[in-house]
Design a binder for this molecule. Structure first.
Ligand code: XMP
Length: 316
């Protein structure tokens, strides 16, 4: 039998044997993968574990604050880098999905490199790469590259750090079991996967700060309503998407043209395939009413009813 406690013990031992001297830098993002990685490394090497959190301004509402607080509560100090302006100003007006990914990836590498200067004893870099990331990024021979996704093995050469990827052999559900075994709170254990380029890939067409705000506020409502209905934990991902198409609405007795927000909720085991979630109409109705009431730029909410394949999960 596969016992998470045994795995934790083995992984901690392996990290300890590998990282014998020097600091281990962990790029944390708030997700279950990087948090589990951070805790495993902390258990293995204690104070030599250094968590770095880069705020690219593309996180969900309240996420950066919660990440820093949580790791602090475990005893791990987090070096927080506010790079929001740097990312957002570069993204402004960019439409192409892969271009958005490239900008976020490159800027991340730059900011991260600068942050590393604070850690002269850094010798290793720990990442929360999972098995499906390895496959989808084409690192496994013969796999088709679908989107550029994670920087698997894509460490810029100038980093000169040894890569530690303790979760490379695991699927998400196994990582959640590790998280539980490590005593992490449910908020982390059941945290949905969130793409590296963040909300940038949930904006169709030119990136604007207004669309970012729309997507952030609408996503929060989607998550809140699904949580209230007891659905959030049982789905793979649930979020909002916005593009440039407009719908004519009425506000009071006046014509008001506004954004169309698409709500996407999917069930999946590993993101390679996914089914759109058949959530109750009443829940969809509450989501729609709240988004149009609380996000004034939106006058129409639609629900995405296409599975993967033929669609992908994210719009971009
Ligand atoms: P797609 O949209 O390809 O997404 O069906 C599959 C899973 O991967 C996530 N995703 C990303 N994760 N960087 C990431 O770290 C990315 O650029 C990226 N694009 C998609 C997506 O959220 C889903 O869970």
């Amino acid at each position: 039998v596969w016992r998470p406690e045994d795995q934790v013990e083995r992984l901690v031992k392996e990290i300890r044997e590998r990282a014998t001297a020097g600091d281990v830098i962990i790029g944390v993002s708030g997700g279950v993968d990087s948090t589990v990685t951070a805790v495993l490394v902390y258990k293995a090497v204690g104070e030599r574990a250094k968590a770095v959190f880069i705020d690219h301004g593309l996180f969900r509402e309240g996420e950066p604050e919660r990440v820093v607080e949580l790791l602090k509560s475990i005893g791990l100090e987090v070096y927080y880098v506010d790079a929001r302006e740097r990312f957002l100003s570069k993204l402004e007006g960019v439409s192409d999905c892969e271009e958005k990914r490239r900008i976020v990836g490159e800027t991340f590498a730059e900011v991260f490199t600068e942050a590393l200067a604070k850690f002269p004893n850094a010798k290793y870099l720990a990442q929360g790469t999972l098995y499906p990331d390895v496959v989808e990024s084409g690192a496994v021979k013969g796999a088709d590259r679908i989107k550029s996704h994670h920087n698997v093995g894509g460490l810029p050469p100038w980093f000169k750090l040894e890569l530690i990827e303790p979760l490379r052999e695991f699927y998400k559900d196994e990582v959640r079991r590790l998280a539980k075994a490590l005593g992490l709170p449910d908020e982390v254990v059941y945290r949905q996967p969130f793409p590296g380029p963040g909300l940038a890939v949930r904006i169709i067409g030119p990136f604007t700060r207004e669309k970012l705000e729309v997507v952030r506020r609408a996503s929060k409502i989607v998550e809140e309503e699904l949580e209230k209905a007891g659905i959030l934990r049982n789905v793979w991902q649930a979020f909002a998407v916005v593009g440039d198409d407009k719908w004519v609405g009425v506000k009071g007795d006046r014509r008001a043209v506004g954004y169309i927000v698409t709500v996407r909720v999917v069930e999946s085991e590993d993101a390679m395939t996914a089914d759109w979630a058949k959530i109750p109409h009443e829940v969809l109705e509450r989501i729609s009413s709240r988004i149009t009431a609380e996000v004034p730029q939106v006058v129409m909410v639609t629900y995405a009813v296409t599975s993967k394949p033929p669609s992908t999960i994210e719009p971009c």
